[in-house]
Design a protein around this ligand. Structure first.
Ligand code: PLP
Length: 382
């Protein structure tokens, strides 16, 4: 792990400064990003609730992942590395790191979960446009990969397996450092830029959220969005935090215990809500939500009763239909993962209609789905 990130991982400081160089990169990448009142969606739903979405999809590569990618590539350059290695599931993290590595002048090798690598041709091309090397995982290039391919030559892979391959790659070469796109404390720290901006934007709007909703795979966009508000909740302010997930990987409903973050048990054990690191999970279109464990910070908050969760059916029809309502009223096309945030927000707004409650509902749209039209075509039968 990068020295800077390792230090941040176990820091007990309330605040850690963002380096000027990273702030400059954030501006270059279009920060701050808007917080938008979804008036047309409110009208369509005839809800008394006020709906606000944070538009993380205004991102060079399409998702919030650039927030930590830029910071990690910046630190890697500062620490003298020449090459990065990583894993990717849905492909958003791989693209974000490919972009950040390219701007920093670093090489990058990406292990990409095979089940997704196969169908996301455009995103593969996107990563290659940044000169990244992309391999389907499990691959023949690592020992973990070779063993799995022996038992199944067309193994679909998983995020846990791809993490193992990325780690093995970095272990072979002193100039290469492994970067992780979610789950860990330093990643959530980098993502708090989302919530910090949102807090200021609510001040400007003279409002404050009663409910905050986002999708949760490993926990980085959810954590980045809500953690600056958790500070207020810990002081007694009532905010209902809801993490939306898929029944294919409802990790927040798993067991709270120590577990590995990867398939091959190369990582330290992490205390988290987990489904078990060897768990097989059926592929879904929102593949970024298909991970066995939730970030330790979010897990602890859940353990203490601060975080609620809901898991939607793995056929994803309901979720894509809800996203469709958003597309036809607000006009932006959410990433399949972000469709789960939208679904949570619409469900809550519909509940408010039934009870007459005038709640302020904030949800984070972690990415756009412009490279996932195939998923919309399938799920909406269009
Ligand atoms: C990766 C990803 C997610 C899920 O990961 P988290 O770490 O839980 O945020 C959600 N949405 C998008 C667009 C992603 O790329």
């Amino acid at each position: 792990m990068l020295a800077h990130c390792l230090e941040q991982e176990s820091s007990d400081s309330s605040w850690i400064d963002i380096p000027d160089g990273v702030l400059e990169l954030y501006e270059q990448a279009g920060r701050p990003r808007p917080l938008v009142r979804a008036r047309r969606l409110e009208e369509k739903l005839k809800t008394p609730a006020r709906l606000y979405y944070k538009a993380e999809f205004y991102s060079p590569t399409g998702s919030h992942k650039v927030n930590t990618a830029l910071a990690q590539a910046y630190y890697a350059l500062e620490e003298g590395y020449e090459r990065l290695s990583t894993e990717t599931g849905a492909g958003q993290w791989g693209t974000a790191l490919a972009y950040a590595a390219s701007l920093a002048g670093l090489d990058l090798i990406i292990y990409w979960v095979r089940a997704v690598y196969k169908w996301k041709n455009e995103r593969r091309g996107f990563m290659k446009a940044y000169n990244a090397t992309v391999r389907a995982s499990p691959s023949k290039e690592t020992q973990v990969g070779r063993e799995l391919l022996q038992s199944d030559p067309d193994h679909p892979g998983s995020l846990g397996i791809a993490v193992s391959e990325g780690l093995e790659e970095a272990g072979k070469d002193d100039r290469t450092i492994y970067c992780l796109g979610s789950v860990l404390n330093h990643v959530l720290l980098h993502q708090t830029i989302i919530g910090l901006e949102t807090k200021k934007q609510f001040e400007m709007a003279d409002d404050y959220p009663d409910v905050m909703i986002s999708c949760l795979g490993g926990g980085s966009n959810f954590g980045g969005f809500v953690i600056p508000f958790v500070a207020d909740a810990l002081k007694g302010r009532k905010i209902h935090f809801i993490a939306t997930q898929s029944e294919a990987a409802p990790n927040l409903q798993g067991e709270y215990k120590y577990d590995f973050a990867d398939h091959a048990e190369l990582t330290p054990m992490i205390k988290m809500y987990t489904l078990g690191h060897k768990r097989e999970m059926e592929p879904i279109r929102a593949d970024g939500l298909r991970y066995h464990g939730a970030a330790p910070i979010i897990s602890l908050l859940r353990h203490h009763g601060y975080i609620d969760t809901i898991a939607y059916p793995a056929d994803e029809k309901y979720v894509f239909e809800r996203a469709h309502t958003f597309i036809t009223t607000e006009g932006f096309l959410p990433a399949p993962e972000s469709a789960y945030s939208v679904t949570g927000a619409i469900d809550e707004a519909v509940r408010c209609k039934e009870t007459g409650e005038e709640k302020a509902i904030a949800f984070n749209i972690s990415g756009h789905g412009l490279l996932d039209i195939e998923a919309y075509r399938e799920k909406l039968a269009i």
